[in-house]
Design a protein around this ligand. Sequence first.
Ligand SMILES: [Zn+2]
Length: 146
Amino acid sequence: MSNPREEFLAGDRLEDVALFLADSYVSDERLERFGDRVDDGILIVVDGERGRSAFQAATGTGAMEFAKSAMSNEGEIEGDLTDGHCPDASDDEDHAVQFVFAFAEAQNEEVGGIYAEGAVVHAYAQCTCGTAFSDRWNAVDEKSTS
Ligand SMILES: [Zn+2]
């Protein structure tokens, strides 16, 4: 049985992107047909082009523009892409992840660092406070190699 989300997080879907849309941010039943229902929203794994247009339709922002705006601000994003910890969360405001955009990049020994160790998942999140932040980590294959 294949699970697109697990495959994506394992670095096996380099052509695809993942989107998480919190229920509190967008509620569109059409999205449920494309994705997995998770606790607080919908997680969608689709090919890059469709993913970027779905992201644009849902958020009104281009996915790559959003990624650029979030790139320089490091925060923590959960490995399942459905939550995160806003870097500005020390104040009294509410901080909740509204949406996440993620893609995986192939292992690249020339770049070095974590890129030499395996595929890297890049994730970008938007917080309700207005802050966008990013995180990245090595893809983890939780299945035994088959
Ligand atoms: Zn925040």
